[in-house]
Design a protein around this ligand. Structure first.
Ligand code: SAM
Length: 477
């Protein structure tokens, strides 16, 4: 079975694979291709490689056969929150703008994760939506997730993942949106699972595109097209362009960004990420802040966000040179440590600036800004809470506990403070203290409606917190 294929056979096999699956196998990957074809031959029931190659080159493969072949030739590597800057751009800018515009219309959002593999990408998107949309039940959200590899989709549909899928996620991601099944496996909660629909579909099948013309608000197609032949890349990206609604977004991975390959889209720069947009606008404002709806009043200093307009000629069209100069400032955390402080700079401004730094991984800068905020406003418990989150990220649990205790000292009714303290004590295996703080939370929540959302909880409901606490108290009895 394990015989080496000749160059001439490999060239012909590559043509079949390019035509039927879209994949490109350069000469450097022929050794891998040969090995994977041997595995495919076995699954198709061939004992003899010659016979398999003859069959592959001469038969008209049906859809199921193409899927089997693809499952051996595609790379299904993926994990939750892959390229986190993309998810920050999504949660902080793209979704708020979309929500604002859709709120006045049909309250529907359609997202497509094309080449979703085992589901970590569409579920990460669902979680971003869940965190960003306050009353998600009133919205019609559809996340379509497709892949040619049915085995990957079967795993996606179980919603059960091991530690490797969480290699890039913060604690809250797993604790809030997954049930621990034991055995180091975690199952996504039904609320998120139900937001995603998986379909086995090939991207080189035109039917999938005609069904969704002009309908999608955002298409993710990350780490997929990089394996395709250049003809297919341009055809698929054109088709995706047609599938997007006006002003829709097309998201590829940072290694696939190319103005040459995706000329019909307009690149828009975000901190650490570039997304493509289908738009008729003559130029792209670095970002139109008037579209972002933020609950607290926010006087955002522009350069904080460090959006860089896409190319020089865009800049010439910006009406204000000053604005352009400011926008071109490279992201510099030290300037953020001393934001242009105005006497009326609000609590929300400061929290926003600290969160931005922390989200981008500038933890010590975020911490120092937070300490300054505490020094100037000692009685605002939110800063202590924020500082504890940063310290947690830095793996400084004891300091995080101290900060939370200070916050609670100022405001003993600060529910989230008690809740996080309980969780931190669990992490320290101190169940006695954990129970004490969890009990405080239950007492404070007494009489509150189940669907109340707790302030500064990133959208957690009273019911959800009660359930987590009860589960935790049982486990650690
Ligand atoms: C590396 S994974 C990317 C997963 C995810 N998008 C991410 O970025 O983490 C590439 C996926 O593309 C899928 N794929 C390859 N060829 C395809 C095709 N012709 N149609 C649909 N999906 C395809 C593979 O099965 C694989 O699951």
């Amino acid at each position: 079975m394990n015989r080496n294929l000749t160059d001439s056979e490999l060239v012909q096999v590559c043509e079949v694979i390019a035509a039927r699956i879209g994949l490109h196998f350069p000469v450097e990957r022929w050794a891998i291709l040969g090995r994977n074809l041997a595995l495919a031959a076995r699954e198709f029931g061939f004992q003899n490689m010659n016979e398999f190659i003859q069959w592959l080159l001469s038969s008209k493969l049906n859809k199921d056969q193409i899927k089997i072949l693809a499952s051996h030739l595609t790379i299904s590597e993926t994990y939750f929150l892959r390229e986190p800057q993309v998810f920050t751009a999504l949660s902080d800018f793209v979704l708020p703008e979309l929500i604002k515009s859709k709120k006045k219309r049909d309250r529907s959002i359609r997202i497509w994760s094309a080449g979703c593999s085992t589901g970590e990408e569409p579920y990460s998107i669902a979680i971003a939506l869940h965190k960003t949309i306050p009353e998600i039940k009133d919205w019609n959200i559809s996340i379509l997730a497709t892949d040619i590899n049915s085995k990957a989709l079967d795993k996606a549909a179980t919603g059960i993942y091991g530690p490797w899928s969480f290699r890039n996620t913060p604690d809250w991601f797993k604790t809030r949106y997954f049930h621990d099944l034991g055995d180091r496996r975690f199952e996504i909660i039904p609320e998120i699972k139900n937001m995603v629909t998986f379909y086995p579909r090939s991207l080189i099948d035109d039917n999938i595109f005609s069904a969704i013309a002009n309908k999608m608000d955002i298409i993710f197609c990350r780490n997929v097209l990089m394996y395709f032949t250049s003809d297919w890349v341009s055809k698929i990206s054109q088709n995706m362009f047609q599938s997007l609604s006006e002003d829709g977004w097309f998201v590829v991975s940072s290694s696939e960004l190319s103005a040459h390959v995706f000329p019909m889209y307009t690149p828009v720069n975000f901190p650490g990420a570039v997304l493509y947009r289908k738009t008729k606008k003559e130029y792209i404002q670095p970002f139109d802040f008037s579209l972002i709806e933020i609950q607290e009043p926010l006087k955002q200093p522009f350069q904080l966000l460090s959006f860089v307009p896409r190319i020089d000629e865009d800049l010439q069209q910006l009406s204000s040179k000053a604005l352009a100069d400011e926008a071109l400032q490279p992201f510099n955390p030290s300037t953020l440590q001393q934001p242009k402080s105005t006497p009326e700079e609000s609590y929300a401004d400061k929290i926003f600036a600290i969160r931005l730094l922390a989200n981008q991984g500038y933890l010590s800068e975020a911490l120092s800004l937070c300490n300054k905020a505490i020094a100037s406003e000692k009685l605002a418990p939110g800063f202590y809470f924020m500082r504890a989150s940063i310290l947690q990220e830095m793996d400084k649990t004891s300091e995080a506990i101290t900060s939370l205790k200070q916050g609670i000292y100022i405001d003993p009714d600060y529910v989230m403070g008690h809740f996080i303290l309980g969780n931190l004590f669990i992490r320290q295996r101190n169940s006695k203290n954990a129970k004490r703080y969890f009990k405080n939370v239950l007492d404070l929540l007494n009489g509150r409606a189940n669907d109340d959302i707790l302030p500064e909880s990133d959208g957690l409901s009273v019911k959800y917190i009660r359930e987590i606490i009860i589960a935790n108290m049982q486990i650690h009895e």
